[in-house]
Design a protein around this ligand. Structure first.
Ligand SMILES: Nc1ncnc2c1ncn2[C@@H]1O[C@H](COP(=O)(O)OP(=O)(O)OP(=O)(O)O)[C@@H](O)[C@H]1O
Ligand SMILES: [Mg+2]
Length: 459
């Protein structure tokens, strides 16, 4: 671009110069023709000197043989000049010629200043009345023009160099800015791939990169949480399984090392061990249920379920246990509440909630189960007047293995899995479960199930 631009500028300058010089020289040639023809030597010489001084160059009149006849510098008279511009008129049949020449060191300059490197020769034929008389040669010093042209060229080159460098730097900076977040993300993903789940990307800037970083971090959070809860689950499960095993080992060792144990005690120990085995089995069943639901392998075996009937049935199942502890288990069930659902899972929901109500209510307490229909939603309420749940625990009771009073639950045989199973099953049925409770006053669990299969909205 720089060189083509300088070419454009120099072409324009040259052309202007050529036109100007050619025009003046042609005009002079016509003025001098009569003087040359009539051999008025002095007058011609005078005119040459005057015109040469005016044009700032050297004027020469050359005859048909190529010999200098008149010279405004009066030095080369009689010498044959073999310049291409002169020859192109004398032998080439042209009327005017122009040429710029670069004089190598030592070559004789025809201008006033011997140091000039560039000269321009402009020639025009002198036409007399009987044809061509000779050639008028104008030697113009163009050193100044060439120097300024050179300067322009260098200046332009410098400017373009600066622009190119700046463009390169800007491009590099931009590419760095664009790729840096991607590189950071890649590095973080690699870290995560190696097992460091705590790796996060720094969220910076705006637009798509920011969105990507945020989405990635959210995903990483989720993964980390999942990983942590899985670890917690495994350690809790192991702990829960260890307890009955330890109890059984003690009982068994007593039986082994005390062969003379009374038969009654022995029977009691056997009973205890049987009880622990039941407990283990129930924990393992619960765990299996939960992990099955986790891996989404649990399918709903749906059919048209009469929830009213199912509730009554579950209440009947639990009544003997309630009676044993003098508790009053009552049911207020709206008949004919049907929905398409998994019967055994809903049965487990009702059972677990009612069992909890009985378990966490002192002897002689009250547990009431209500089933009603609100629009297209079946509402199951299990209310007791038992120990209640402190507000700070209410957000956790649906977590696996979470028990409010660890010691008490151990006594009553709870593992802390019942409610998490309930919540999973309610969610599978697109329902919702909420709890209202005050310590010492009792608890109310409310389950809302859609009867038309559409998700229950938050209430
Ligand atoms: N009706 C209730 N009244 C008071 N506390 C309750 C009630 N229901 C649940 N809880 C509290 O919530 C905890 C979790 O209940 P969840 O049913 O999940 O476990 P669990 O009853 O201890 O054991 P299991 O797995 O045998 O059901 C209980 O340990 C208890 O502290
Ligand atoms: Mg329970």
């Amino acid at each position: 671009m720089a060189s083509s631009l300088t070419n454009l500028v120099s072409d324009h300058l040259y052309e202007q110069r050529i036109r100007q010089d050619s025009l003046s020289v042609e005009k002079l040639a016509t003025t001098f023709a009569p003087l040359f023809q009539s051999a008025q030597g002095d007058a011609l010489q005078e005119a040459l000197v005057a015109a040469g001084g005016e044009m700032g160059g050297r004027l020469m009149v050359i005859d048909e043989d190529g010999k200098v006849q008149f010279d405004s510098f009066s030095r080369l008279c009689g010498i044959r000049l073999q310049l291409p511009e002169v020859l192109s008129i004398l032998t080439g049949g042209q009327n005017t010629a122009y040429g710029i020449h670069h004089l190598e060191g030592g070559q004789h300059s025809l201008t006033a200043d011997a140091a000039d490197e560039y000269v321009a020769y402009c020639t025009a034929s002198i036409i007399g009345t009987r044809g061509r008389l000779g050639v008028l040669l104008f030697v113009a010093p163009v050193q100044e023009m060439m120097t300024s042209l050179n300067n322009v060229q260098q200046q332009l080159l410098r400017v373009f160099l600066v622009i190119a460098t700046a463009a390169l730097v800007v491009a590099m900076v931009f590419s760095r800015v664009i790729t840096r977040p991607i590189t950071a993300l890649t590095r973080t993903i690699q870290k995560m791939g190696k097992g460091d789940l705590s790796a996060r990307v720094k969220v910076r800037g705006s637009g798509e990169m920011r969105q990507l970083a945020e989405s990635y971090n959210t995903m990483a959070d989720q993964l980390e949480r999942l990983d942590r809860s899985r670890n917690q689950f495994v350690s809790n499960a192991s702990h829960e399984l260890k307890t009955p095993l330890a109890t059984m080992k003690i009982l068994l060792e007593s039986l082994i090392y005390q062969p003379d144990m009374p038969a009654e005690l022995r029977a009691e120990f056997m009973q205890d061990m049987n009880h622990e085995i039941d407990r283990l089995t129930s924990i393992i069943t619960d765990l299996l249920t939960l992990t099955q639901m986790d891996s989404r392998r649990m399918e709903l075996h749906t059919s048209l379920v009469d929830l009213s009937e199912l509730t009554e049935e579950t209440l009947r199942l639990l009544t003997p246990a309630a009676e044993q502890r003098g508790q009053n288990l009552t049911g207020r069930v709206t008949p004919g509440c049907t929905l398409v659902a998994d019967r055994s899972k809903l049965s487990q929901v009702i059972y677990n909630l009612t069992e909890n109500g009985l378990k966490y209510t002192p002897d002689g307490g009250e547990v009431s189960v209500t089933l009603s229909v609100e629009g297209r939603t079946a509402v199951l309420t299990v209310k007791d007047n038992g120990v209640g749940i402190p507000p700070e625990d209410q957000g956790h009771i649906f977590e696996r293995f979470y028990r409010v009073d660890k010691a008490r639950s151990r006594e009553t045989g709870g593992t802390g899995l019942g409610l998490s199973i309930v919540r999973q099953m309610v969610t599978l049925h697109k329902g919702q479960i909420t709890v209202e409770s005050a310590p010492g006053e009792g608890s109310t669990f409310i389950v809302r199930l859609p009867m038309d299969g559409k998700e229950v909205s938050a209430s």
